[in-house]
Design a protein. Sequence first.
Length: 252
Amino acid sequence: MLLDGKTAVIYGGGGAIGGAVARAFAREGARTCLAGLSPGPLEAVARDIRSSGGLVETALLDATNARAVERHADDVAAAAGSLDISMNVIQHGDVQGSPMVDMYVEDYLRPVSTAVQTFFLTARAAARHMMRQRSGVILVFGGSGNPSPGNYFGGLITAFEAMEAMRRQLAVELGEHGIRVVTLRSGGIPESLPAALAGREDIAKSIVEATLLKRAATLEEVGNAAAFAASDKAGSMTAATLNISAGALMDR
């Protein structure tokens, strides 16, 4: 198994992306720790993992609270003996569907400030343990790309760009300690659209039409890619993006 003996923390582990990654990690042998604000979604993912024989635990946690994040990371590392993988996919509170000229500045800035704050806190907490271990992987989800006509993403793209800048800086600073930092770029996952947008067939259609394969990545494929990126099979991959956009985002 790709992640046998590894311990992973997934912030936002009860969501669509976090749950898919958690199931893949557990299937590949990782001890998976799900953190989030809502017990119901966390327990639903945990039940799936336990029913398949995987190792999982849950924690109610505000991933924008520095003290809570540090304490949880310390507890995980102490109990498991290591903290090997960290991935933050919490919701950023973005408002979509309105042109920038019609938005309140608070709504535009919220996902940017939330993304920067929570990624900083969770990456810092994990890195402190990984530096002592001389190994570890920090995964980022989203990545940057060109906004498409007709879709109004608010501050989401700016938040992704900020996280990419942080990913590059972290990779430079942590590489000498054996820590890798990798982004998964999806171009959009129709299955993961928030409830407010789930009925918007035009959004799902636009995601698919932007791809070269004429289909978007699935949640299962996101989980599989994350498991690979976190594994020793990808041991030379850092300061990089793993493009799983089905061709919607072209790399040079």
